[in-house]
Design a protein around this ligand. Structure first.
Ligand code: B16
Ligand code: MG
Length: 224
C-alpha cells in the first residue's frame, strides 16, 4: 500500500447535513418536498446530477431552462458555503486526524477524490489541507462517480499505480468507482450498502493504519 485516497463528505467530515439544508432551502422555493431519505440518495453525486434527481423526484424535470437550473445550483451553493464557513478542526470525523498522522509517519501518500468543488475550502477550515499530496479537481473530470476517473486521476497525480492504492468511501457510487479503478476499497457505513468493498468499518474511528495494513495483506495473499 503506497497511497490512501480519501472521499471527503462522510469520510473526513460530515457535510451531508449541510448539503441537506441547502437543497431543502432550494426545493422549498420550487415547491418540491425534500427529506433526509432523498438526501441519502445524493451522497457522492455531483451538484448537477443532484439537482436533476431532485427535479425528477418532484416531477419538474422539464420545467426549468438550463439558465434557471444554473441559477438554482448557484443559490444552493451560496447557502451551502455560508454553512461550511463555520467548520473548524473540531468537525473532523473521529479517527481521521490520527489516521492522517499515521500515514504521514509511514510516508504513505495521501490523496483526495471528492466530487465537491468546495473540497479545498473545507480542508482549509479543517486545517488539514497541507496533509494532502494531491487533490483532484472534480470540475476537470468528464465523468462523476461511479466512473473510476476521479480515483484514477488521484493515483496519477500521486504517481502511484492504482493497484498500490487503497481508497475510502461512504457512498455506493464511490465504492463502485474504487473497484472499477482496480484499488482496494474501504467502505464506511452499513455492510449492506457497501457492496463490493474489500473492507467495511461501521465508523471512521475504526480506521487505523494497522487495520488497513492487515486487511491489505490478507487481500493480497488471497489474490495470488
Ligand atoms: P459541491 P464527496 C459530494 O462529496 C457530496 O457527497 C455530494 O452530496 C455533493 O453533491 C457533491 O460532493 C458535490 O458537492 O456541490 O460542493 O460541489 O462525498 O464526493 O466528498
Ligand atoms: Mg462521500
Amino acid at each position: 500500500m503506497r497511497a490512501v485516497i480519501f472521499d471527503l463528505d462522510g469520510v473526513i467530515t460530515d457535510t451531508a447535513e449541510y448539503h441537506f439544508l441547502a437543497w431543502k432551502h432550494i426545493a422549498e422555493q420550487i415547491d418540491i418536498l425534500f427529506d433526509r431519505d432523498m438526501n441519502e440518495r445524493l451522497k457522492g453525486i455531483s451538484r448537477e446530477a443532484s439537482l436533476e434527481r431532485i427535479l425528477i423526484f418532484g416531477g419538474a424535470e422539464k420545467k426549468y431552462t438550463n439558465a434557471e437550473k444554473q441559477e438554482l445550483m448557484h443559490q444552493k451553493n451560496q447557502y451551502y458555503q455560508t454553512l461550511i464557513s463555520k467548520l473548524t478542526p473540531e468537525d473532523l470525523l473521529p479517527g481521521i486526524g490520527r489516521l492522517l498522522c499515521q500515514l504521514k509517519n509511514e510516508n504513505i501518500k495521501i490523496g483526495l477524490a471528492s466530487s465537491s468543488r468546495n473540497a479545498p475550502e473545507i480542508l482549509r477550515h479543517l486545517a488539514i489541507i497541507d496533509d494532502f499530496d494531491a487533490i483532484v479537481d472534480p470540475a476537470a473530470l468528464a465523468k462523476g462517480k461511479p466512473d473510476p476517473e476521479i480515483f484514477l486521476t488521484a493515483a496519477a497525480l500521486l504517481d502511484v499505480s492504482p493497484a498500490d492504492c487503497a481508497a475510502i468511501e461512504d457512498a455506493e457510487a464511490g465504492i463502485s468507482a474504487i473497484k472499477s479503478a482496480g484499488m482496494f476499497a474501504v467502505g464506511v457505513g452499513q455492510e449492506q450498502s457497501m457492496l463490493g468493498a474489500d473492507l467495511v468499518v461501521r465508523q471512521t474511528s475504526d480506521l487505523t493504519l494497522e487495520l488497513l495494513h492487515g486487511e491489505w495483506e490478507q487481500h493480497r495473499i488471497k489474490s495470488i
